[in-house]
Write a protein that binds this ligand. Structure first.
Ligand SMILES: *Cc1c(COP(=O)(O)O)cnc(C)c1O
Length: 347
């Protein structure tokens, strides 16, 4: 605490990212990064980039990437918004759409950044518990609200909701924005992007950090009706006009162009996830049904925090959350087959 801090920041509880260790010989299964490198097209795009261009500011609209993503998802470019990682896209969306008198509704257990933004922006949130199977039950969201946000698949459970259920929520809440955070959708979820033309209150966010192996470049996107995208642009241009640097624009555009590599690496991770799930079930673990690039597991006889520490002693990092309702679970990112075999052997 310092006397120089503005009053509003004194009580903030910032988000705690998973550890990024300085040593290299660790099996890193704690922050849901992709175990495979970005597409060779991305490597080539960066290699071929003319460094002289770095004198200039990047395109504030990142139009090249907007057009590539619009084509990829069968949208218009004015239905696409881009930001410096989806964390930034989410923060701008909270500013643009969720500052109302009625509360924002969100799951009690979900991506923990949402509550940090509420704190920062003074947004009143109602946090709705998961059901006994750790699922989001959207029937519990039938109340007056100033917006709704959840991740699908949810984090850190990995459990996905069917699109039919999300469509009902959109119909029931025509006057507020429903933000579906699809950070993990490429690993087996159903994307709500197909509903955008029918529901002007739907905003969908994506990231290049997980399925596209580009966490280090910070690229996020949102898709929705052009009125919502214009709202986001207003906030963005009141904060930072150039969220994507030139290299990020080139890398992301190249990634979108190489669909074969993308499909293959996602499929590989899904197969590894299924193999790992079976092996852990055979060891007596409970494994929630995951549609993401991680699994959420607990053991009836082993304390989760002790397991996390024991794995750390074996140079394997996994994520443990201290929140009481989930403190007997570990979130384990799906790595390569070899990494997961090592994990299972050590367990
Ligand atoms: C990883 C993650 C993000 C953030 O992704 P970035 O694009 O790296 O900022 C957003 N939402 C959820 C649910 C995530 O797990």
């Amino acid at each position: 605490m310092s006397k120089f801090w503005s009053p509003a920041i004194r009580s903030l509880v910032p988000y705690t990212p998973g550890e990024q260790p300085k040593v290299l010989n660790l099996i890193k299964l704690n922050t849901n990064e992709n175990p495979y490198p970005p597409s060779p097209s991305v490597v080539k795009a960066i290699h071929d980039f003319s460094m002289d261009r770095l004198r200039l500011y990047p395109d504030p609209e990142a139009s090249k990437l907007k057009t590539a993503l619009a084509d990829y998802h069968n949208l218009d470019a004015n239905q696409v918004f881009l930001g410096n990682g989806s964390d930034e896209v989410l923060a701008l969306a909270f500013m643009a759409f969720f500052r109302h008198d009625a509360p924002l509704l969100m799951p009690e257990t979900t991506y923990s950044f949402y509550e940090v933004y509420c704190d920062l922006l003074n947004i009143n949130a109602v946090r709705i518990p998961l059901n006994a199977n750790y699922e989001i039950n959207l029937d519990d969201y039938a109340q007056k609200n100033g917006g709704i946000i959840f991740a699908n698949p949810n984090a850190p459970t990995g459990i996905a909701l069917p699109l039919s259920r999300i469509e009902k929520l959109l119909k029931d809440n025509p006057d507020t924005v429903v933000l579906v955070d699809e950070a993990y959708v490429d690993f087996g979820g159903e994307s709500a992007i197909s509903l955008i033309d029918s529901y002007p209150n739907l905003l969908v966010s994506h990231t290049f950090s997980k399925s596209r192996s580009l966490a280090g470049m910070r690229i996020g996107a949102a898709f929705g009706h052009s009125d919502l995208i214009n709202g986001l642009e207003r906030v963005k241009n009141s904060f930072n006009s150039y969220p994507l640097d030139m290299l990020a624009i080139e890398a992301a555009t190249a990634s979108v162009s190489d669909d074969a590599y993308f499909e293959e690496t996602c499929q590989r991770i899904i197969e590894t996830r299924e193999k790992t799930t079976e092996a852990l079930l055979a060891k007596g673990f409970r494994v929630l049904p995951s549609c993401a690039n991680f699994i959420f597991v607990s053991h009836p006889e082993r304390d989760a925090k002790e397991l996390m520490q024991a794995l750390r002693n074996e140079n394997i990092l996994v994520r443990h959350f201290t929140k009481p309702s989930i403190n007997q679970f570990l979130r384990i990112t799906i790595g390569t087959d070899a990494e997961m075999e090592e994990l299972i052997a050590k367990l």
